[in-house]
Design a binder for this molecule. Sequence first.
Ligand SMILES: Nc1ncnc2c1ncn2[C@@H]1O[C@H](COP(=O)(O)OP(=O)(O)O)[C@@H](O)[C@H]1O
Ligand SMILES: C=C(OP(=O)(O)O)C(=O)O
Ligand SMILES: [Mn+2]
Length: 525
Amino acid sequence: MSLNTSNSNYFQQMTPKKLVEITIKKGQGQLTNSGSLAINTGKFTGRSPKDRFIVEEDITKGVLNWGEINISISSENYRKLKDDILKYLEGKEIYTRFANAGALKKYQLRLEVITEYAWSNLFAYNMFIRPEEKELENFRKDWTIIDAPGFMADPGVHGTRQSNFAILSFSEKTVLIGGTGYTGEIKKGIFSALNFILPTEHDVLPMHCSANVGKNKDTAIFFGLSGTGKTTLSADPNRKLVGDDEHGWTPEGQIFNFEGGCYAKVIDLDKKSEPDIYNAIHVGALLENVIIKNGEVDFKDISITQNTRVSYPINHIDNIQVPSVGENPENIFFLTADAFGVLPPVSKLTKNQAAYHFISGYTSKIAGTEAGINEPVPSFSACFGEPFMPLHPTIYAEMLSEKIERSDANVWLINTGWTGGAYGVGSRIKLEYTRAMVNAILDGKLDKTYSYEKYHIHSVFGVAQPRSCPGVPDKVLSPRATWDNDEAYYTAAFKLSNAFRINFAKFESYANEEIRRGGPQRFDF
Ligand SMILES: Nc1ncnc2c1ncn2[C@@H]1O[C@H](COP(=O)(O)OP(=O)(O)O)[C@@H](O)[C@H]1O
Ligand SMILES: C=C(OP(=O)(O)O)C(=O)O
Ligand SMILES: [Mn+2]
């Protein structure tokens, strides 16, 4: 069964202005003083990983890393869900648009995004790459996204866990989303598809990272799980933004954005510390789950969710790379939001430590980005983006190691999480310090070669921690020095190093001896 596009309620390629008008006319959103549209995504204000399924079929059967990350659903249940969604949409006003994913034509997916709500289609306009007029004349789509938040699955009939779901079918090249209005499912559905297609068909490494380019054409990439700082740290007025979340690294050494916009957290957003994101919020931007008072957004009010968001086309940022493609990655940052407050705020990794940390992906799930996470939860998310990686993490890790070898890029571990104690005792490290560390590295002010005078090898984690960094008090660089009790610090540090060892056990058979040596050096007193 397919969607009958003949009916009068099928609105194609609608302009953002029209989508905003319809949303307001239907009482589904409101305009803020900046001219942005503010909507609520309903019951779901974050991703629901337990309800993300991939159809088990010939293409995926023996290939995918099946388990609690990549949950399988049968073709029959997929078929029933798809038929029932299309029946549900029959006769409704629906919005569709053609869009592209991938700034390099050679690796691009052409999409049709079909949405029940006008504002979901505005999200697709903001976040995917907008095709040129001439492309739209005979647009031949590869993938289809059907997003119907109002359609509720019946687990007894459709084989889902509950009424919401996000399902990928690689044979039908379709993403089905229902029962949830959270727009992140739309972009992450295609991201997951690319994370399977690009390595298997093109030897391109897909990455959950942001990227920007410096004045001497040096590209920096920032890996990190949701909420760790990819969008915030890549928005740097002195560097051209390539993208804030999803990129590919090609065999030819290019870094290209999958998307055409940015999806930023706006919790506690303030103009002084994040001017680029703040100034991007104007006509055309789509605010999610914020509280508006007298037309102004109260960024501190998180009474609906801590995952308040804004999406905007990338050209809402002044200093951007056009097209969204960079070259020669020189510095790679792994952003970890350490809720235990024991990892150094900045440290330099050897190549083996880089492979070990990439496979481990230690971070914390930040409150809000996943349903049910209301405070930072330390977790190991391989590749710093495990929920979106259909293949085994070591496949991506091997590709990254090979590219680091070839490009000789430096790899840095940046803790954008807690300092002076664990979450609840310490405080999140100041953004100005994190920016100072990143800038010092990008400006070549932090020596790249280890020497005793410049670096201290952390006694538990074995990473090289700089003794000083412009713009950052020396004390902040040593996590132990920020705690007021050495014994408490080392107890927490050994606990975390033990957690690394226990987590890494699942990769023992995959990782060679050198990579294993990249892990923490000590595990207990
Ligand atoms: N030291 C820090 N470094 C980076 N981000 C920080 C820091 N302290 C607080 N934050 C906040 O953390 C959030 C990071 O969100 P974002 O950059 O959108 O993450 P991501 O793009 O990785 O999903 C922002 O709200 C930012 O203001
Ligand atoms: C959108 C999300 O995160 P990110 O900001 O990393 O894209 C998400 O995890 O739902
Ligand atoms: Mn982001």
